[in-house]
Design a protein around this ligand. Structure first.
Ligand code: TXA
Ligand code: MG
Length: 364
């Protein structure tokens, strides 16, 4: 075979990783990229370090953290002695790790600080696929607890700049790995749910779980008592967000035409002498958007959001869109619903949490 010369990271990258690792060892949190969103990491087995995550984010203490590891070997060091993985977990790990899937494992409370699990009997663990995340964990040589690197309640950061805008002054290092590929947080899976909804340990139809995984962090799990974090308001920019529905009108609601909606909007947000500034998070082939922007008395700010047929791109850009439009100082953000299937389930889950109100539109 011919030898291939493959360039590896510059010494600058290695220095950055080592600087971040020593910051972590000094018990200070470090922001780092993962394939889902940027995380705010601290050494998981050190309660003092983990506590700083909560104070930096203003995170309620009853919302547990995900522990990130870089290898199966490191995973094993966190699990109770003599604990063997069930066949269904083996399958999930084999198929989805490294990647955006978080699994709940029984917790060895003598090892894992209570602050990490917030009193839950389980500990949430994942192996991220982002090379910088894995390298940071490996160089630090310790599992890292990390929630999303945002102030509690804000949309999760998907670019280093989002973290800087939010947490500048509160943390000292942000590793910039460019924009996150997935853009939404990992799915949190519980063995009990896998067994009930996915497959049992005796029969193992992988295709079913492959489909299942596409719902990321879905409503059913988020409302389950096992995810205490879900009761908090999430993903809200400081600007009002309205979810624009074009389908499934609830009983008793009369959908508005785009022009009637705009009249209502101008009445409710009078803005003279300056025009109303409205941000649009809508697919670039949206007929609703086309119809709205024909009204030139409003200053429209369109955020590039992908095509209706590209839910993975919409997922990647959702939080960026909310954060960017907020920073541009718009008065209101309108987000168009996407079909609730595949990535669309996870997208709609986040949009519903970000939106303070909903509006049904009938396109003539
Ligand atoms: O993709 C992600 O999940 C990102 C990156 C940084 O890994 N992390 C993230 O973490 O979004 P965070 O803290 O924003 O969300 C963690 C979720 C919360 O909903 C929390 O309630 C749930 O995981 N969770 C953590 N430990 C749990 C446990 N032991 N039992 C049930 N839910 C748990
Ligand atoms: Mg979060």
């Amino acid at each position: 075979a011919t030898a291939r010369r493959v360039a590896v990271s510059s010494s600058e990258t290695l220095t950055a990783l080592h600087t971040a690792a020593s910051c972590l060892k000094d018990l200070s949190p470090v922001a780092f990229p993962t394939e889902t969103v940027y995380g705010l990491g601290a050494i998981a087995l050190n309660a003092t370090a983990a506590l700083k995550i909560f104070s930096t984010k203003g995170r309620p203490a009853d919302n547990p953290l995900i522990v990130h590891v870089s290898s199966r070997r490191m995973l094993q060091t966190l699990l109770p002695q003599n604990y063997t993985l069930s066949p269904s977990y083996e399958l999930l790990i084999e198929h989805f790790w490294p990647g955006p899937l978080t699994l709940l494992f029984p917790c060895d409370h003598s090892l894992i600080p209570d602050i990490i699990t917030a009193g839950q009997p389980t500990v949430a663990i994942r192996i991220p696929s982002h090379p910088v995340a894995r390298a940071l964990i490996a160089v630090t040589d310790a599992p890292l607890a990390a929630p999303s690197a945002n102030s509690s309640g804000k949309p999760s950061p998907t670019r280093a700049e989002h973290v800087l805008n939010d947490l500048n002054g509160k943390i000292t290092i942000i590793l910039d790995g460019g924009p996150c590929e997935v853009g939404l947080e990992s799915t949190v899976e519980d063995i009990k749910r896998v067994l009930v909804n996915g497959f049992s340990d005796t029969d193992t139809p992988i295709p079913q779980i492959l489909v299942h995984r596409r719902d990321f962090r879905d409503d059913a799990l988020e409302q389950a008592p096992t995810t205490p974090g879900m009761k908090y308001r999430h993903y809200s920019p400081s600007v009002p967000v309205t979810l624009m529905h074009m389908s499934e009108v609830p009983l008793g609601i009369e959908p508005l035409s785009p022009s009637a909606f705009l009249e209502d909007l101008k009445r409710s947000m009078p803005h003279s002498p300056n025009a109303l500034r409205v941000g649009l998070l809508m697919p670039s082939d949206s007929i609703l958007m086309k119809s709205l922007i024909s009204d030139t008395t409003i200053q429209w700010r369109e955020f590039p959001f992908g095509l209706v047929s590209e839910p993975a791109i919409i997922a990647r850009r959702l939080f960026d869109g909310l954060l960017t439009l907020e920073r541009e100082g718009v008065d209101l953000i309108l987000v168009e619903e996407v079909p609730e299937e595949n990535e669309g389930l996870a997208i709609m889950n986040r949009i519903k949490k970000a939106a303070g109100s909903s509006q049904w539109i009938a396109i003539p």
